[in-house]
Design a protein around this ligand. Sequence first.
Ligand SMILES: Nc1ncnc2c1ncn2[C@@H]1O[C@H](COP(=O)(O)OP(=O)(O)OP(=O)(O)O)[C@@H](O)[C@H]1O
Ligand SMILES: [Mg+2]
Length: 458
Amino acid sequence: MSTLLIVEDEPKMQRLLELNLSEEGYSVECAQDAESGLRLLRQGKIDLVLTDLKLPGMNGLEFLQAVKRSNAHLPVIVMTAYGTVETAVEAMKAGAGDYVLKPFSMEEIKLLIRKELDVHNLREENVTLREALGKRLEFKNIIARSPKMQEVLATVERVAPTNSTVFLGGESGVGKDLIARALHQHSRRAAGPFIKINCTAIPESLLESELFGYEKGAFTGAVGSKPGKFELADKGTIFLDEIGDMPGSIQAKLLRVLQDREFERLGGTKTLRVDVRVVAATNQDLRAALEQRTFREDLYYRLNVVPINIPPLRERKEEIPYLADFFLDRLAREAGKQLTGITPEAMRLLKDFHWPGNVRELENVIERAVALSTGTSLDAGDIQLDVSPSAPSRPSTTAPFPPQGMTLEQFEDEIIKEALRRAGGNKSQAARLLGLSRNALRYRLSKMGVPDEENSSQ
Ligand SMILES: Nc1ncnc2c1ncn2[C@@H]1O[C@H](COP(=O)(O)OP(=O)(O)OP(=O)(O)O)[C@@H](O)[C@H]1O
Ligand SMILES: [Mg+2]
């Protein structure tokens, strides 16, 4: 039995919640203000906190922060009145698991509590289980040998069975599609539909009707009626790809679906309810869009319930050999070629490249190599890396610029490595080439994790 702590100063509301939630089988503790809430938290075992945002004395937001300080993993749901969505958003930023807008139905709050407890319990269970077994997570067709990707799979495993909205971030080609599908396959909805919609690929004028469907006569040319993707995804998962490109006009309607799971078809009057799990993805930095107000903040926090960030390939280079072998195996079979492996020299080339196009680019390079190869294994001559846009081989008139996907810092690191190569490893000479003092270079090298053998190149 889980214990809930309700912090609410309005006696009627408190009583109503206490009654309903006890009936639901929870053990319920109540507090009228933040201070007594914190006291109860210290005293006993509380599994979830449900708090009003407007409290006497210490307000709900401060209370939330205090709760999170004492136990960062404790799930908290905040209640707030209509018209104060901004505060709710603040609360999500401060670590609340979710929020409800007053007035809400008891059904709604019960569902939310169930969901938060589920996510929390699953996480605890998975962590202990895996720690006990010390095992590596393996998903079909997904290579995940780096700690960062293991972390991604652990999150997928833990949230897949819930209905929580998942928000996938990461550069182009890192595997967002792959992870979205894995979430569906490992969910209780696996037998239901997986519907993907790419917000960039569809013109703004069509996107709304694609998502929500339309009735006959809704617009010129609507000669019949048609269900939208949300209806088609009922009992399954909808994958909203490139969500950063969703036009403002549609964002409001999407927010409503996320909040209440209901909408109307274009030109329709009937309100439709659907049971869908939403997975969204973007390769943009949505925080910038939030600042420029092209993306709604409330929608962002509704989507960002469980964020999963997939790291770029250059931050998990240890995975390159596994990925390369995996692609070789599949692509050679598809091409009907007898290729048994990749030579060490070819592998070296692959490992040294910075992969602006991430895993997709690696897959393409292997595909090209398989097509070119005439031997029994891929060798360096078969590997054609696309260095054209970033590394001109002849002096160019344009200023040097970091290749796509590389940060300025990484670009600088590459230049430093190149200087060292040209100087044959002599740091004083490399420093001169770069116009740096020897100490400045040593500092940079230590930041890059290059061991400092002070006497080696005096
Ligand atoms: N960890 C992985 N293991 C095996 N294959 C992978 C992995 N990551 C990505 N891939 C493969 O790389 C290709 C690109 O991945 P995917 O389409 O999922 O990227 P994406 O992040 O959705 O890219 P975009 O932002 O351009 O849509 C796919 O063919 C996918 O199967
Ligand atoms: Mg994709």
